[in-house]
Design a protein around this ligand. Structure first.
Ligand code: F6R
Length: 614
């Protein structure tokens, strides 16, 4: 989703802005642009449809000088991706240039008012309406830019993170946010501005996360000033970043996605470090233990999330109900926020989000908060909006996930949910000591088992060649592996553009079995668990209709391998943790099929890493 970068300081801004935009490419975008105030105080705006490299190419012979600038990658919402709709947008007088991440919902009403005042529009965007509106307020109220932004923000409805340059004030950037992320990096006599910390980390580890409805006034050579919408100065909270630059590079892999798939044995070690102890035979998830009473008294847990995080939530439902005997409901955050849900003070709402910025999940958190429920966050990005909006939580600690398709975040989320369920189960005394011990041992063994799965890389790569040109896929699983089947199908469809559906295996005969023929590959997750025998019957049903079955089985399972057309063997684990193992071959299969098809694996079409609009 849109990315914002800004710079003010002593260095040339353009190379820093371009590098910053490239660091944000993973968020997904369709056009890019930059605004620079040169040494003669001319405000130059350059924009191009396509990649950041297209922008660089188009400005090759232009004036890109200046030590202050803002830049943007756009993910189209209002108006198609083209040069005109790309950001930055000039104001009517061309004195202001603005970039924006988010949506201004009442832009049509504002536009009508501006049209009545003879404003002209060069794009179809809500962003151009916003910059004209700010200038209109500035002129009609005779106020400075900061005050004009405050007044405008009081009138616009929606989500935004914005940054503005003013030709008449060449030593200042004004930035503001509501619901969309914005981080400011503090260097020596210089400031960096970005949608997340990735463009900032190579210059400084000191950052300020701008809060909702705050305005940052960044003046060259002065301390930063943060104001709220009513002009009251706020004390900035300076944080130290923990990520490092090497975590943002591909490390010799051709794509971030395959790097991140291969990182999983290590990311699970990082996720359970200091939390799971085989020596003490204990799990200590401090976020839960610090709020033990809430979890002891919980009547119900509702988990809200989107996409892959929603699939992790479904596994969380199994884990918590199985081990803690607390009823769990899993909701799409986008549905939950608009359906007037019944919430009580004894409810716990868990929000799962890799980015911590997903607009629907954040809105679901705000809604649940208003009802008085206790809100627990499971996020990856430290300091993200959801992490800050929740009452307590646990980070998954898997490091920056750059590939748009979520991989290591999924297994990290499932691992945190496993630790959460074990911690609550122990406190509520709903788990037998023997099971508790064997689950701790097994969780600690998962990274080594993941390494064994990754050794199947070449087998899966070869298999991918057979199915590269399939048009449809079905993924089947039962119990804990049903969400894994959904996740496998999502991975395939989002990066290879092959239609794929996940189903609970037994549900097949209620409709989808009509699709089965020799052309339909079926990925069946049939690792040994409570309902293994039933899954075998479901595979037989597919084979009886000449479906082609790729089965994921536990090592040494000749029974399924004799029925299926192709087999991928994975190490045995307890069924509670089955998705941690099953997810990896499915990620690899999707990855190699997409690579064979020549797809842009890390930045699939139409997708964004951080979905900051609803
Ligand atoms: C799929 C994928 C998306 C995200 C979804 C939620 O690979 O990445 O489905 O899982 O957009 O994002 P977060 O977890 O950041 O809230």
């Amino acid at each position: 989703m849109c990315g914002i970068v800004g710079y003010i300081g002593t260095q040339e801004a353009y190379p820093i802005l371009i590098k910053g935009l490239k660091r944000l490419e993973y968020r997904g975008y369709d056009s890019a642009g930059v605004a620079l105030l040169n040494h003669s105080n001319e405000l130059n705006v350059y924009k191009a449809k396509g990649k950041v490299a297209d922008l660089e190419y188009s400005v090759a012979s232009k004036d890109t000088s200046g030590t202050i600038g803002i830049a943007h990658t756009r993910w189209a919402t209002h108006g198609e991706p083209n040069d005109a709709n790309a950001h930055p947008h000039y104001s009517q007088s061309s004195n202001l240039a603005l970039i924006h991440n988010g949506i201004i919902e009442n832009y049509m009403v504002i536009k009508q008012e501006l049209l009545r005042n003879e404003y002209e529009f060069k794009s179809s965007t809500d962003t151009e309406v916003l910059v004209h509106f700010i200038e209109y307020i500035k002129e009609t109220n005779n106020v400075d830019l900061c005050r004009a932004v405050q007044i405008a923000m009081g009138e616009v409805v929606g989500a935004y993170a914005i940054a503005i340059l003013d030709k008449n004030n060449p030593d200042q950037i004004i930035a503001a946010r509501k619901s969309s992320p914005l981080v400011i990096g503090i260097g020596e006599d210089e400031f960096f501005l970005a949608s997340d910390a990735t463009p900032i980390i190579e210059y400084t580890d000191k950052v300020i996360y701008i809060k909702d409805e705050e305005i940052a006034v960044i003046n060259r050579g002065c301390p930063i000033k943060i104001l709220n919408m009513t002009d009251i100065e706020q004390t900035p909270e300076i944080k130290t970043l923990e990520m490092n630059l090497s975590q943002l590079e591909k490390g010799g892999y051709p794509h971030f996605m395959i790097k991140e798939i291969n990182e999983q044995p290590q990311t699970i070690v990082d996720c359970i470090r200091g939390r799971v102890s085989v020596e003490a035979m204990d799990v200590i998830l401090s976020g839960v233990l610090d709020h033990k009473d809430k979890f002891l008294n919980a009547k119900r847990i509702i988990i809200v999330a989107c996409g892959t995080s929603w699939h992790a939530a479904l596994i969380g439902e199994h884990l918590i109900e199985d081990l803690c005997r607390i009823p769990v409901e899993v909701e799409y955050a986008s549905e939950f926020r608009y359906r007037n849900p019944v919430l009580n003070k004894e409810d716990i709402v868990i929000a799962i989000s890799q980015s911590g910025e997903t607009a629907d999940t954040l809105a679901a958190v705000e809604l649940a908060k208003a009802s008085g429920a206790f809100i627990y966050g499971i996020c990856n990005v430290v300091g993200s909006s959801i992490a800050r909006a929740t009452d307590a939580g646990s980070y998954i600690h898997v490091g920056p996930e750059i590939g748009v398709a979520s991989t290591k975040a999924f297994t990290g989320q499932v691992t945190v949910l496993s630790m959460l369920a074990l911690t609550i189960a122990k406190e509520r005394k709903t788990i037998e000591k023997e099971l508790y011990v064997s689950l701790i041992n097994e969780l600690a063994a998962i990274p080594e088992k993941m390494k064994k799965v990754l050794e199947k890389n070449e087998i899966i790569k070869d298999l991918s060649k057979i199915f590269t040109y399939a048009h449809n896929f079905i993924y089947l699983g039962r119990g804990y592996n049903y969400p894994a089947a959904l996740e496998g199908a999502l991975k395939l469809k989002e990066i290879s553009y092959i239609h794929a559906e996940g189903y609970p295996a037994a549900e097949m005969k209620h409709g989808p079995i009509a699709l089965i023929d020799t052309e339909m590959p079926v990925v069946a997750i049939a690792t040994t668990d409570r309902i293994y025998e039933k899954t075998i019957s479901n595979i037989q049903e597919i084979k009886a209709r000449k479906g082609r079955v790729i089965a994921l089985v536990t090592e040494g399972d000749d029974v399924v391998c004799n029925i299926a057309d192709y087999c991928i063997e994975v190490p045995k684990t307890l069924e509670y943790f089955a998705p941690l193992i099953s997810a990896i071959p499915l990620q690899l299969l999707a990855y190699y099929i997409a690579v064979n098809k020549g797809c842009n694996v890390d930045q699939p079409r139409n997708l964004a890493k951080s979905v900051t609009v609803e």
